[in-house]
Design a protein around this ligand. Structure first.
Ligand code: ADP
Ligand code: ADP
Length: 237
């Protein structure tokens, strides 16, 4: 079965100003992402990319359609049953979203605490993840002592700590310079290849898709206007 499947999903936000029209952020989108894929979703600002991410990790509810994660429809699940679903999905962000009052190690440990792992398991996993991202020597450092690229590597270590099958990367390199972007994309490639983690890459940058993704959907005004293998979609006839 596909790992993520959207069937005719729509998301309508009610008008924020009286008399203004409702906003259709996602408009009848169907999408299938297989386990092991690195799937890019590209589009201009306002296309609906972030809304799509928030629907997949169930931070928001769709207005219509089905969202299947590992074959299970999450759209109708009650809140208490969403916790294990969310723990199976890692996220990384444009602004890294690290806790500045916590050390690097304690940031990576955080999702393991939420998941209820015991102390010894947490410590071993934190060390393993920091080694994987090349920050074994920064465990005791604080986020504001790190470069942007190092912060995102901590973000990746944190996102993968609970061994999720799916990683959502929402503009994860948009705040980084080109060289650091390249390093982070290479690391994400390893995450896919060595751990078999499925990755959904949200971006407005074609370079990011071409470096990392194998499949791509192009979004515009809440719809998928083109999709396919990256090579086919971006090759000019
Ligand atoms: P488009 O994607 O532009 O709508 P396609 O010819 O690619 O046109 O697909 C036609 C329909 O088939 C889509 O609207 C969608 O409902 C379904 N479809 C195509 N590709 C996929 C996919 N990867 N995952 C899920 N549904 C798909
Ligand atoms: P993208 O990530 O591609 O920039 P978004 O998903 O953020 O696009 O936004 C898609 C559309 O939905 C935009 O028109 C945006 O203004 C609207 N939108 C997003 N979030 C909300 C919200 N919480 N309330 C109302 N409208 C929203």
């Amino acid at each position: 079965t596909p790992l993520v499947e959207l069937k005719n999903v729509s998301k309508v936000y009610p008008a924020t100003v009286k008399g203004a029209p409702d906003v259709t952020a996602i408009d009848d989108v169907s999408l299938r992402i297989d386990a092991g894929d690195v799937y890019g979703i590209i589009g201009y600002s306002g296309a609906g990319k972030s809304t799509l991410v928030r629907l997949v990790n169930v931070l928001e509810r769709s207005t219509a359609g089905q969202i299947l994660i590992d074959g299970r429809d999450v759209a109708g699940l009650p809140e208490r049953e969403l916790r294990p679903v969310r723990l199976g999905i890692g996220m990384i962000f444009q602004q890294f979203n690290l806790l500045n009052s916590r050390s690097v190690a304690r940031n990576v440990e955080y999702p393991l605490e939420v998941a209820g792992r015991d102390k010894a398991t947490r410590a071993a996993r934190v060390a393993e993840m920091l080694d994987f991202v090349g920050l074994g020597d920064k465990a005791g450092a604080y986020p504001d002592q790190l470069s942007g690229g190092q912060k995102q590597r901590v973000g990746i270590a944190r996102a993968l700590a609970t061994s999720p099958a799916l990683l959502l990367a929402d503009e994860a390199t948009s705040a980084l310079d080109p060289e650091t972007t390249h390093e982070v994309l290479e690391l994400l490639k390893r995450v896919n290849q060595e751990f078999g983690v499925t990755i959904i890459v949200i971006t407005h940058e074609m370079d990011v898709i071409q470096t990392l993704a194998t499949k791509v959907a192009v979004m515009d005004q809440g719809r998928i206007i083109e999709r396919g293998d990256v090579f086919d979609v971006f090759s000019n006839p």
